[in-house]
Design a protein around this ligand. Structure first.
Ligand SMILES: NC(=O)c1ccc[n+]([C@@H]2O[C@H](COP(=O)([O-])OP(=O)(O)OC[C@H]3O[C@@H](n4cnc5c(N)ncnc54)[C@H](O)[C@@H]3O)[C@@H](O)[C@H]2O)c1
Ligand SMILES: O=P(O)(O)OC[C@H](O)CO
Length: 363
């Protein structure tokens, strides 16, 4: 794989969809695409694809949401103030929406993915590509979302891709310039999806490291919760930068132990997403952490969150996997202790530099 990375290419990003290459100029023909999940990211991604010139069906659960999108071109509950393009149509009919679609993008909460894929899988033809836009693991099994697409949706691995990166939905919906990384074990699939998922404000890059790309998105959520906790406690930039930096080391150790490439974790799906999520008050994971730091307990935080904060549900499964693979995750353990009411949030930061050893790993 290494010869596929020209030396001028940014680390872990592969050339075909970068500027100046022939592939970057090649726009795919207009296609019928489907996005399942009409929350903030699903709606934003449907807008991205429609703005790239495709016909997009967005599958939502509530008829009133479908009606609002089709009649007013708004999804006010999730994307206030955003006008959606005319090429985006909403529907509650999954079968009708996937009929004739070349690619289906899945954007539901990770804990709903199994149910969604049980319904979706039997509707998919052999030639359809499925792209996970999700950033969580299944709590009961620790499965990554692409694993569920394969096992539950019965999609062959060469037709599965995942997309991740510093992608706060409202910013992209406002058409602020952003980069995204698309990964698949099959290079042609990754390149094809990356070409679909780019337009004047979203630039897509390709990576073949599915494990790293997925875990980057999952794990940065945990560190964003930790940064939110110390922010909620009232600590300042030094503390937050310390948690972020030690957090990057911690999540890299974990991802590499699970089979990821270390350089994926310093790319868009790792460091890039870590920076965006830990710094933004638009982040649900940061917001959930901040509420914990302010003294709300887990149930109170969940009740106050109107949207999905995946990290709250992923931390237990990640710690189980870490234990199975012999990886130390001191910050994640402390988040778990705060979530369980076993640790004062104000205690989180002073512990961050030690994981039971004198010299923190990665320093
Ligand atoms: N919002 C973002 O900025 C962002 C960016 C990148 C990735 N993500 C990831 O995308 C995923 C979805 O996040 P979101 O922000 O859209 O969440 P959200 O809470 O805004 O919306 C989730 C949507 O999924 C729908 N849903 C739930 N179960 C469903 C099912 N079985 N079938 C169909 N629809 C179902 C809900 O009705 C809701 O509309 C998460 O894994 C998240 O981490 C979010
Ligand atoms: O709002 P969050 O915390 O789920 O983060 C959204 C995206 O994952 C940022 O890339």
């Amino acid at each position: 794989m290494s010869e596929w990375y020209p030396s001028t290419t940014p680390i872990n990003l592969v050339a075909p969809v970068e500027g100046g290459t022939a592939c970057d100029d090649a726009s795919p023909p207009r296609q019928r695409l489907t996005v399942v999940g009409g929350g903030s990211w699903g709606t934003t991604f449907a807008k991205v694809l429609a703005d790239a010139g495709h016909d997009v069906a967005l599958v939502v659960r509530r008829p009133e949401v479908a009606a609002e999108i089709n009649e007013t071109h708004r999804n006010t509950a999730y994307l206030p103030g955003i006008n959606l393009p005319l090429g985006l149509r909403a529907t509650c009919e999954l079968r009708q929406a996937v009929d004739g679609a070349s690619t289906v993008f899945l954007s539901v909460p990770a804990q709903s993915a199994r149910d969604a894929l049980s319904e979706l899988g039997p509707l998919l033809g052999d030639e359809v590509t499925v792209v996970s836009l999700m950033k969580g693991v299944e709590r009961a099994t620790g499965a990554r979302m692409s694993e569920l697409v394969h096992e539950v949706g019965r999609v062959e691995r060469a037709r599965i891709a995942v997309a991740s990166g510093p992608n706060i939905s409202l910013e992209i919906a406002r058409e602020q310039p952003t980069a995204i990384v698309v990964a698949s074990t099959a290079q042609p699939t990754a390149v094809r999806v990356a070409r679909l998922a780019r337009n004047r404000y979203l630039r897509s890059f390709v990576n073949l490291d599915v494990v790293g790309t997925e875990f980057g998105g999952v794990l940065k959520n945990l560190i964003a919760i930790a940064v939110g906790i110390v922010d909620g406690v009232g600590y300042g930039e030094n503390t937050k930068a310390s948690v972020m930096t030690r957090g990057l080391s911690e999540i890299t150790d974990f991802a590499v132990a699970m089979g990821a490439r270390a350089d994926t974790m310093t790319g868009l799906a790792g460091l890039g997403d870590l920076i965006a999520t830990c710094q933004s008050t638009l982040s649900r994971n940061f917001t959930a952490g901040r509420l914990l730091g302010q003294g709300f307990n887990f149930s109170e935080v969940v009740a106050r969150m109107e949207q999905t904060a995946e990290g709250l549900r992923s931390v237990g499964a990640i710690l189980t996997l870490a234990e199975q693979h012999g990886v130390q995750m001191p910050i994640s353990q402390q988040i778990q202790a705060v979530l369980h009411g076993q640790m004062d949030p104000a205690e989180l930061a002073p512990h961050l530099a030690t994981d039971g050893t004198e010299q923190p790993a990665g320093e």
